[in-house]
Ligand binder design. Sequence first.
Ligand code: FES
Ligand SMILES: [Fe+2]
Length: 513
Amino acid sequence: MMQRLLVVLCLFDVQEVAGWNSFILNDQGRRVLTRRGRGISKATTIEEDISIEKANKIFEWHRQWYPMAVTEFLDEKRPLPMQLMGKSLVAWKSEQQGWKIFDDACPHRLAPLSEGRVENDGTLLCAYHAWRFNADGTCVSMPQAKDLENFATCSVPSYPVREIDGLLWVFGDNSDEGRMMAALSEPKKRDEIDDPNAKRLHWNIRDLPYGYDFFLENVMDPAHVTVSHHNIVGNRYIKDQYYDMKMIQSPTLEGFAFKTIPRNPNPNAPYSTTEFRAPSLVKITTTYPKNDAQQILYLYITPSSKPGFSRHIGSQVLVKGKDNKLPAGLAFFALPMPIWLNHILASTFLHQDQAFLHHQEVILANKGYHPRYRENNIDPSHAEEQKYSSLVFTPNPQDKMVLTFRNWLRNVGQGGVPWVNHQYTPPQRIMDSRQLYDVYSAHTKNCKICLTALKNIKRVRFFSTIAAAITLATIKDTFRALFGAAAFGLIALLSHKLISLFYIYEFSHADND
Ligand code: FES
Ligand SMILES: [Fe+2]
């Protein structure tokens, strides 16, 4: 066991993680191929591709818990389509047995059950020919049947689910063995779930037009925060943005962790650690040594419909220090505000990264990078070109965690997410910015809190517009009429602005001075 673990650890070629060294032998004594590129020596091991078979330890993507939704935001009255690694699923709530997740295909003629109905008798009804399924997935009504004999063999495959910490989790393997593993394992929930000193802020959820791995790269890369999130949590023009990253937990099947080390370490300055807990969680903890208070970001990501798309769920947790005081949260997102406002304002932050992360995947694919290339019959003699570290230029230590993640993905994660039928097709580039920055499809339509708020704000806009017109038409005193109409007009205008945030929020760095 220990030996296997050591082999897995050896897969993480120190030279490649560092990215800027060149040696003939690495420190495990393995053969290393050194090549020149863009004026910098790069070191990569030629044995790396077979090491994983030797290690006999691979990450089983389907035998994991994935967060699929925030239950508080779901419409319990209807079946809801969801995707996991390209597989179409349907979630629905049985009054007696809670949330269930099935394959989104009726066994009759494969109509999507997500187009069906949740009926009052606690069944899921396929709206095509009215077959009904109970919470276990067994067919309990078949109106066209002559007798009941077909029922026994008719059912929809269901998946292990859990509702924990406000999230709906699904286990990706519904075989007998998978169910056993699901029963023996726990979703990677927030650590402070029962901590009385912790304030857990609202969940947020977004469907993103970029892949699982690009989301994870992004949140393992603190260097981009000051620059990309200019004016929200930083200033891109700060001259010295140097810091180092130190690995504090070596990579295993479970993940790894890093700590940021500033140029001039100061024991009283806040410090951050970033943990990757495979497959879906990155936990970023900032600790304030003055009172040991902590600001924690829980950032989950689930590979959803196809390459280039993913679902993000996140929240902040603030933990009181020894003096019983909470730390400040990230930017204005920790201020008290209605959930819907928190949700729509998230675009101001998320969209600052959106274009980078969406286009990076296509650019990388065009340069020859191909996840899971072994299964896709890519010529193994091009294996070197498939390596992330061969295609990027990463001379600074702030990229260590990203490179470690790419190594983890390649060597432990078998190259990346195993999409349905093992088909990887690079995503198409979205050039229409209204589509790239679409908030309605990415969030609003799936969030009952936002849909309700949107309806109410539309009412406010409607009635304040009418009130402005009535004020102008009925009040004789010109000054009062204008003043009243302007006040109602302002409310209508603000409502209109808010409404637009539920639909679209375009962003350009060129306009963010
Ligand atoms: S396809 Fe579902 S009942 Fe016919
Ligand atoms: Fe919402």
